[in-house]
Every structure is written in C-alpha cells, then in structure tokens.
Ligand binder design. Structure first.
Ligand SMILES: Nc1ncnc2c1ncn2[C@@H]1O[C@H](COP(=O)(O)OP(=O)(O)OP(=O)(O)O)[C@@H](O)[C@H]1O
Length: 469
C-alpha cells in the first residue's frame, strides 16, 4: 500500500466513493473525503500531498451547483500546483467542462462512468506526472521561461537586473502567467543560487499554521507542537524565500513579516529569543495589492516595502507568437508519451487569436488534452474549440438585438413578460462570469462586480433558491 501512488477522492455520495475506493485500491492508495472542508483538514494532516485527485463538482452545501467543486479545483492547485485533478461529475455541461479545465483540471469524466475507462484515464495522468518529474533539467535551462516576444524579453531583462539586489521583489500577474517560475529564476540567476530556495503558499494554511511554518515554534507552543521546529525563514538560510499568494496573508502575520523585512528580526512561536533572517524575500500575487491596500485588506507599509522592486508578468494574450513557442515547448515536453498532434491552418489561426484567460497553465493543459485525444492527428478548429474556455468578453452579454428598444418592444408585446425574471437572469450571468474570472474566489468576484462579499453571497443563495443558477 505504501508504495502505491496516492489518490484523493472527493465525492459526497458514499455509494460512489466506496465502490470507487474498492475498485481502485489495488492501483492507488485512496484517501476518501466528502466535502471541501474535509479535504482541507485531510491535506493538513498528510505528510505528503497526493499528486492525483478525482473529484465530484456538486458537493455540500450546494450539491446541485458545480461551484463548490470549482472552488475545490483552485484550492487543490494552491496546495499542490503539480496535482493532476480529474473531475468525475454528472454536471457535465459543455460550460462546466470548459470551466473546470480552464481552472486547471486535466480531465473531465461524465458520470456514470465505465470503471476500466476511469482507470485508464487515471493511469494516463500518472504517466504524465512521471514524465514531468523526470525532466527537471529541461526546466532549469535558461530558467525554463519560454518566449521571445518583446514583453518576455523585458521580463528577462528585469529578472537579470533584480537578481542580485538585496531588496525584496514583488511579482504581480494574472493566475497561470508563470509568477512562480519567474520567482525561481530570480533565485537561480542570483548569487544565492547554491543556497536553498523555499516556496510557501500563503493561501494554503490557516493563520496559526502559516505562522508556525514561517517562523518555526518551540516545543509546546500550541496543541500538537510536540517538538521544537525551525521555520522557513530559518531554513532558507541565506537563500530565497518565495511567498506565493502574498495577498492572502492574514493581517496579523503581515505585521510580523514587515518586521523581518525592516530589520531581519523574528521570533519562533512560543519563544522570546530574537532571531535574525538572512533570506531574500520574493513575493508573488495575482491580486491587485494596491487595491487591497485601499480596501484595508493589505498593509500599506508592507506593500511599499515589498514593491520597491516590482515585476509584472504579462498575460499570454500580450505575448504575440509566443503562443506557438509554448505550444511547441509543451508538445516536446510531453513527446515521450507519443502525443504529437498538428493544428490545421484554421486551428492555428484560432490558436493565434484565442486570448487564453487561464494563461500558460491553460495553454499547457490544452496541449496535454489534445495530445491525449488526437495522437498523431491533424486537429481541426472545431476540435480545438472544444478545449477552449469561451472568451468572457462583454460581447456575449450585450447582444445589440435584445438590447435594442425595438427588440424590447417586441418582447413585451409577446406577453408573459416578467421584469424580475429578466433581471435575475442578467444577475446570474454577470455573477457566473465574475466567478469564472476570479476562479471561484468570492472576494475577488465581489470586487469585479462592485459589490461586497456578503451581498454577492446572498445573491448567490437567492439565485440558487430560485433555481436559476
Ligand atoms: N514562459 C513560460 N515558459 C514555460 N513554462 C511556463 C511559462 N510560464 C509558465 N509556465 C508553466 O505554466 C504553469 C503555471 O505557471 P506558474 O505556476 O508559475 O503560474 P503562476 O502565475 O504562479 O500561477 P498562480 O497565480 O495560479 O499561482 C507551470 O507549469 C509553469 O512551469
């Protein structure tokens, strides 16, 4: 059992999870949970995070909506960016499939499913994981940052320029643009390259755990602290400490981080002895931290400290023909699995025009899926379109036809009109779009919509009760 690869199984239907666990137990070490909360609790206790997850979309408290599952996809990737997430769900509308894949899921299997097919798809992801693990050198070469566009050249120049500065660096950019990769490049190109480079995802821990992880703790500092432990600041030594998703750091910890940035001083939890950190801090965030400061969610003084040197990682839609270099790069990377495919002329045009809202992560996942579905084949525009998240631009929502006064009059003349229903429908469409843009993050979605989080939550409750979600 110990040697089997571990698989996280999240499904609230015990009949399904028990039978799946039974069928898969010879191939995987299966961890079964039923909700998002249970998943988090389990992950905090596991010594090694699973690299494979099979999850349902409709989970409590809202099993008839896919939102809980979508949020879980984002959270799992936050815990472990290399996890392969397969969705197993009966809510398999094209919209849900696309959205799950854009968020970073690698496969979508409709329920009910054939067990043999499920096993094959899981094993396929295991092969991909193995291929990724055995290619670390390819990533190290020239930092592994693919791209020759002007914006990528500027990015490289900035990395070179900042690599040896003693100041902290703030890396900003949309999700999936490669911020973590840029942070690692800053380390490997610096004189600290031989020292450790540690990454902490600030969104993946509770306040207490994050504090203990960063600063370490004495024996007995809190329940369960059976031995004293050093934290990341200590273990990074004179290397680099990458604080990913810094925007999620709780306010009380922000002031402690500020102290380390100002004079290097910190304390292990439960100790009074002051310690000195030598590590260089590299912070990354996909949030608008300046906006967070204005909203009182992020300390202004910490923001100014962190942002002395700022790097903005451009979204894929600004990288011109890099989209094709990235296509080639990921095809080569996964080539050993015999997954070569070609895009026909019209699909290439589509590749060029598509703006990849999920950025490099989405692009990479599309390459993996096309490789699995069309090995050694010519992929058409329609086949490619099936794998893309529809562009979330306003075009979709502002049809001039229905907006025009004439169309409105026609609609009213038909009778049976309900203003409440129309407004509810618009509300639903805008909320869904904002949730997609924010990858299920309610606070971010609320900001996009210009309302507060509580209002958004109550609107979502109302929409789900009215059955229009
Ligand atoms: N320019 C690039 N060349 C090659 N691979 C890239 C590039 N940019 C990103 N990647 C790959 O894309 C994936 C996503 O990148 P990464 O995790 O660094 O994004 P991120 O901006 O940190 O995302 P998030 O904000 O969601 O944490 C990773 O597998 C990374 O190696």
């Amino acid at each position: 059992m110990a040697d089997l690869p571990s698989l996280l199984l999240v499904d609230d239907d015990p009949l399904i999870s028990e039978s799946l666990a039974f069928v898969l137990k010879d191939t995987f070490s299966v961890y079964v949970v039923a909700t998002r909360e249970e998943t988090k609790r389990l992950l905090y206790t596991l010594p090694v995070l699973p690299n494979l997850a099979l999850i349902d979309l409709g989970l409590p408290p809202n099993p008839h909506s896919p939102e809980e599952g979508f949020t879980l996809v984002s959270e799992l990737l936050t815990f472990n960016p290399s996890i392969k997430i397969l969705i197993l769900s009966g809510q398999d509308t094209q919209e849900n499939v696309r959205h799950a894949l854009t968020l970073g899921a690698v496969d979508f299997i409709p329920k009910p499913c054939n067990m043999e097919l499920l096993k094959t798809r899981l094993k396929h992801q295991l092969m991909i994981l193995e291929a990724e693990q055995h290619k670390p050198q390819a990533k190290q070469k020239a930092c592994g940052l693919i791209g020759q566009s002007m914006v990528m050249e500027t990015l490289r120049a900035q990395i070179q320029q900042f690599a040896n500065s003693p100041f902290s660096v703030l890396i900003q950019g949309e999700s999936g643009t490669g911020k973590e990769l840029v942070a690692q490049c800053l380390h490997t190109q610096s004189q600290r390259a031989e020292a450790p480079c540690l990454i902490v995802n600030c969104a993946a821990f509770t306040t207490e755990l994050l504090e203990a992880q960063l600063f370490g703790h004495s024996k007995g500092a809190f329940t369960g602290a059976n031995t004293a432990r050093s934290g990341f600041f200590e273990e990074a030594s004179y290397g680099s400490l990458i604080l990913d998703e810094i925007g999620e750091m709780p306010l009380p910890l922000q002031s402690k981080l500020l102290r380390v940035l100002e004079n290097g001083e910190y304390y292990r939890l439960g100790e009074t002895k002051v310690r000195q950190s030598q590590a260089r801090i590299i912070a990354a965030s996909n949030r608008d931290l300046r906006g967070e400061v204005l909203a009182g969610q992020f300390r202004g003084d910490l923001y100014h400290r962190l942002s002395v040197l700022t790097i903005k990682v451009p979204p894929v839609c600004e990288r011109d023909d890099d989209k094709f270099l990235l296509l080639k790069h990921f095809q080569d990377f996964y080539a050993e699995m015999g997954t070569l495919f070609q895009l026909d002329t019209s699909a290439r045009q589509n590749w060029k025009e598509y703006n990849f809202p999920g950025n490099v992560r989405e692009l990479r996942n599309i390459v993996i899926r096309l490789g699995a579905k069309y090995p050694n084949q010519l992929v058409t525009r329609t086949q490619l379109e099936e794998e893309l998240e529809t562009n979330l631009n306003t075009k979709q929502f502002t049809s001039t036809d229905t907006d025009s006064d004439q169309a409105i009059v026609r609609q009213l003349n038909k009778g049976g009109f309900s203003l409440d229903d129309v407004l509810l429908d618009w509300e639903r469409r805008y909320i869904n779009a904002a949730l997609k843009m924010s990858q299920g993050n309610l606070s971010q979605a609320a900001r996009i919509l210009g309302i507060n989080r509580t209002t958004l939550y109550s609107k979502m409750q109302r929409l789900s009760k009215s059955g229009s979600n």
